[in-house]
Design a protein around this ligand. Structure first.
Ligand code: NAI
Length: 330
């Protein structure tokens, strides 16, 4: 297959180049994002390979089909950036990598939380400067906390198990609960409102869709405990960022850790250190001492990158050969 890869970075080239030959694919790498303005670049290719912030709306899908491209390979798990109905209508072949490494994201949740709770980012700098004072470094323990997991699929279930290992009580909510897994792992499913009311730590692991956009909003935050810790490594649109910002100012939210942001398409994956970032809300959040933001790096481990490259190329090969592919979206 001749594949146009959009939003590609040096690490995509590195990992995909290792495996492309094995699957007899030819890949051309474009660093630009796929959108209405760039879709023409796909002319002459058999498939496009896309990432989390490429735009696959109706117009882009129509143009792809116009260019005789009916295959879209997501090199990620989430596909909220796809107009699913239009893709179905056009009978496109959409494949993804559903579970390249749930541990990568689940462990990142703990990396963020431990940093926030134990200020390791501050001690790193202090010690390098010869400042061994402990003033202001007093931390919070995870042990004994009640953790609410929203979405207990691949990532949420691993996250729950890690929190059990930290001696936490783990509550969960999922629209399709897995009761046998919960029983085996001492996890208790509860109603979403109860999860909000009793959890000390709430971590989001459900996909973003039209029903749950801004599920964390002023109203649901009001249900939460004073000083609650909120973690989002799933998709930025699950959170009404303005409402969360207001709750941080009121000290209702005690800690916020996010790896995703609803307006991240304008920021993440680029070096903007010499630019003026125009997103005031985002920049304001970076000034809070109890907020930690990473730029959508939960997935970013060597194991996961190898898996993403292999599974994406295999998906494309199965589509090309017309054989059953387990990773089709519909
Ligand atoms: P998954 O499909 O294995 O699990 C999702 C779970 O959420 C399912 O059990 C589903 O029933 C549940 N669910 C769906 N809608 C829900 C709702 N409204 N309320 C509660 N539960 C709901 O997905 P996986 O692999 O665990 O990934 C979860 C999300 O993590 C992805 O959709 C993606 O947005 C995000 N992600 C983030 C990454 C990062 O680098 N930060 C990397 C990979 C995924």
């Amino acid at each position: 297959m001749k594949i146009a890869m959009f939003s590609s970075k040096q690490y995509d080239i590195e990992y995909f180049s290792q495996y492309a030959g094995q699957y007899y694919h030819q890949i051309d790498y474009f660093d630009t994002r796929l959108s209405e303005a760039t879709v023409k670049m796909a002319e002459g290719y058999d498939a496009v390979c896309v990432f989390v912030n490429d735009r696959l709306n109706q117009q882009v899908l129509d143009e792809l089909v116009n260019l005789k491209i009916k295959t879209v390979a997501f090199r990620c798990a989430g596909f909220n950036n796809l107009d699913l109905n239009q893709a179905k209508k056009l009978q496109m072949n959409c494949v993804r990598v559903p579970a390249y490494s749930p541990h990568a994201v689940a462990e990142h949740v703990l990396a963020l939380l431990l940093t926030l709770y134990r200020s390791t980012h501050k001690s790193y700098n202090r010690v390098r400067e010869g400042n061994f004072s402990l003033e202001g470094l007093s931390g919070v323990e995870i042990s004994g906390k009640t953790v609410g997991i929203i979405g207990t699929g691949n990532i949420g279930s691993v996250t729950a198990q890690i929190f059990r290992g930290f001696n936490c009580e783990v509550l969960a909510y999922d629209i399709a609960p897995n009761h046998s897994w919960a029983a085996e792992n001492n996890v208790t499913y509860v109603e979403l409102s109860s999860l909000y009311e009793v959890s000390d730590i709430i971590t989001l692991h459900c996909p973003l869709d039209e029903q749950n956009r801004h599920m964390i909003n002023a109203e649901t935050i009001r249900l939460m405990r004073q000083g609650v810790t909120l973690i989002n490594t799933s998709r930025g649109g699950l959170i009404d960022t303005q409402a969360v910002y207001e709750a941080l100012k009121r000290k209702h939210i005690g800690y916020l850790a996010i790896d995703v942001y609803e307006e991240e398409a304008n920021l993440f994956f680029e070096d903007l250190s010499t630019d003026i970032v125009m997103d005031d809300l985002f920049m304001r959040l970076t000034t809070f001492p109890n907020v930690l933001i990473s730029g959508h790096q939960g997935f970013f481990t060597t194991h996961a990158l190898n898996q993403i490259a292999k599974v994406t190329l295999q998906n494309l090969q199965q589509v090309e050969q017309g054989v059953k592919c387990d990773n089709v979206l519909f």
